[in-house]
Each structure stands twice: as structure tokens, then as C-alpha cells.
Design a protein around this ligand. Structure first.
Ligand code: MG
Ligand code: ZN
Length: 350
């Protein structure tokens, strides 16, 4: 009986806290992570994935404004800003109107923010959360827009777009508010309010080729830094290279990248479970490779598959959600609704 009272007491406290404070929002995007990529990674991981522990599952329609098959710019923009656009375009709709991203809207509400990608930080998916450009290939312009932004922590490759530029500017030395760190140790030890960690000069290599630091470590350290501030936070974590494994028609590449991403999902989920008031959403921008699983063995955690294309496909992708407002993400909807639902969590008092 005493336990019951204790439980009700804790539950009431939790309810009061979550009513007063807007939730942390952690969005995790597996680029190219369709259901078969998840299934392959799960079977290859001893038939387990962190995604099994989420509250609700939905399906997202990924098509772009005019193309049935989207690219990461159009779908990144859809999820970040809530508008459909042409393939290749970031943060701008089909009528040339720019939109604020969910990261920018949370900023206005006093949130801190973190962006982490296993590609370069100026690549289409992370760029969708801070840049407005008519072409995803304008890396130097995207880097400049990041330098003018107010993101607390950003981690990814692409250092050359900041320092080896046509306009001969050195954005790293111009970004005086930031400490730029060069290793996970420096990142851990940094006490700077704003931190940039440009992990590679160009695009980071695959995990199979030895990419470091581990995504999981970057996520853990970032979560610690975010909770040390007395504010809610928005965090984007991208498993960027699940997509590149699909473009390469290389299932080992896909699986290894998924496994790393899966580990980070578990870390985020453990954080959400212990800290409360954290909405976690895991989804993909599209499927890559038209992957089919055709053979394998549970006993040996082996999977054999076939790719139908070295590009993206238009199949719906799953959306997994956990925590406050997670119920909003059940059902079938356009990828733009992911923005709307996050925004709802931001605005709505429970
Ligand atoms: Mg991407
Ligand atoms: Zn791709």
C-alpha cells in the first residue's frame, strides 16, 4: 500500500513537471533507413533492435513536391520545416518561400540545440535544420549559413567548406563564440557554451573504413552537455551513411551503419527513460536501394539481400516515437506532419 502511495506521489510530481516544462525533443534520422534496412540490421544484431522499446509506430509518406522518389534535401526540409519542396532544395518551398525549421522554432522558445551527423554537417539532412538554399550542393553557402546560426553544438565532417573556400574566408576563426574541438576528449572536457566538432576535412569514411569517434559517444557527451544547461533542448542525430550503403548496394555497409545508429538509439532511449519529459522520434527520410531480404539465418545472425536500384525508393518509412506526445506519431501521414507534430508538442500545454 505504501508503495502505491509513493508511486502515485512520484507520478503526480512527474505530471506537474511535464505540464510546466516543454519537452526535450530528440529527432533521430536514419538516412535511407527503410523497413528492410531496419530488419536486416535487427536480424544481423541477434534479432534485436532498440526500436522494439518505443511506444508508438507510424508510417511516413516520403514523396517530394513533384517527384514520387524524394532526395534527402526535399525530405529533410519536409521534416525540418513542414513543407514539401523540389528535390535538391533546402528550407525553401516550391514558391520560393523560406521556412523556419523546428530547430529554429525551438530556439525561439529558449531551447538549446545540438546537431550530430555521420556525414558532413553541411550535407542535406543536417542542413535542412538551419540552411535555406536552392541547391544542396552549395556547401560553402551552407557552411556560411551555419556560421551565422545559433546552434549550441554541431558535430560532423566537412571542415574544408569552412576554411578552404572560394571567398577565402576562414569561418572557423570568424566564429569567435565557438570552441572548435578536435577529439572526443577535447569535446568532453570543453566548457564552452558553443562547440563545433568538425570530425573530418571532407565526408567522414564509413564505419567499415574506421570512422571515429563512435556516434554513441558523441551522443552521450552531447546529452550530458545539454542537460547541464537549465533549459529544454532540441537534438538531431543522423545516421547518415545507412543511405550510402544502399547507394553502394552493399548490405554489410548498411548493416554496420545501422548497428551503430541502433546503439545510439538505445543510449537516447535510456536517457529519455531516466530523465523524463523527453520526446524521442526515430525515422528515415526515405528508403535507399529498394532492398529485399531473400536469405539468411537467425542462428548465425546472417542476412542476404538484393538491391533493386542504387538510388532511393518511394516506399513509406516507419516512425518510432517515445515519451510525451509520442501518441501523436501513430498512424499514416505525410513526412511534413513530423514537423507539425513536433511543433504541436512545443506549443501545446498538456
Ligand atoms: Mg543524410
Ligand atoms: Zn541517398
Amino acid at each position: 500500500m505504501r508503495h502505491l502511495f509513493y508511486f502515485i506521489f512520484l507520478f503526480t510530481i512527474k505530471l506537474v513537471i511535464s505540464q510546466e516544462n516543454p519537452p526535450n525533443i530528440i529527432l533521430m534520422i536514419g538516412d535511407g533507413m527503410g523497413l528492410t534496412q531496419i530488419s536486416s540490421g535487427m536480424y544481423a544484431n541477434g534479432n534485436k533492435t532498440a526500436l522494439e522499446n518505443f511506444d508508438y509506430i507510424g508510417l511516413s509518406k516520403t514523396h517530394a513536391l513533384e517527384n514520387l522518389v524524394t532526395d534527402s534535401a526535399a525530405s529533410g526540409t519536409a521534416m525540418a520545416c513542414g513543407v514539401k519542396t523540389y528535390n535538391g532544395v533546402i528550407g525553401i518551398d516550391g514558391k520560393n518561400k523560406t521556412y523556419p525549421s523546428i530547430l529554429e522554432l525551438t530556439k525561439e522558445k529558449g531551447y538549446s540545440s545540438t546537431l550530430i551527423a555521420t556525414s558532413s554537417i553541411v550535407h542535406a539532412t543536417p542542413a535542412s535544420f538551419y540552411a535555406k538554399v536552392i541547391s544542396r550542393d552549395m556547401y560553402e553557402k551552407i557552411a556560411f549559413q551555419l556560421s551565422q546560426h545559433d546552434i549550441d553544438i554541431f558535430i560532423g565532417g566537412g571542415k574544408k567548406h569552412f576554411i578552404n573556400r572560394k571567398d577565402e574566408r576562414n569561418l572557423i576563426s570568424e566564429m569567435t563564440e565557438y570552441e572548435f574541438v578536435n577529439s572526443i576528449e577535447e569535446f568532453k572536457n570543453s566548457t564552452s557554451k558553443k562547440i563545433g566538432f568538425l570530425t573530418y576535412d571532407d565526408e567522414p569514411p564509413s564505419l567499415l573504413e574506421g570512422r571515429k569517434p563512435a556516434l554513441d559517444d558523441l551522443v552521450s557527451v552531447s546529452l550530458k552537455k545539454m542537460t547541464s544547461k537549465d533549459r529544454p533542448f532540441f537534438m538531431l542525430v543522423e545516421g547518415s551513411q545507412i543511405d550510402w550503403g544502399g547507394h553502394d548496394r552493399n548490405l554489410n555497409y548498411v548493416i554496420s551503419e545501422f548497428k551503430e545508429f541502433n546503439k545510439s538509439i538505445q543510449t537516447v532511449l535510456d536517457f529519455a527513460k531516466t530523465h523524463g519529459n523527453t520526446l524521442v522520434i526515430v525515422t528515415a527520410d526515405h528508403e535507399t536501394g529498394g532492398l529485399a531480404i531473400l536469405k539468411g539465418s537467425l542462428k548465425n545472425s546472417k542476412v542476404r539481400g538484393r538491391f533493386n536500384t542504387n538510388h532511393h525508393s518511394a516506399t513509406m518509412v516507419p516512425v518510432f516515437s517515445y515519451g510525451p506526445y509520442s501518441k501523436l506519431f501513430a498512424g499514416i501521414y505525410e513526412n511534413t506532419a513530423i514537423f507539425e507534430k513536433m511543433n504541436q508538442a512545443l506549443l501545446e500545454k498538456k
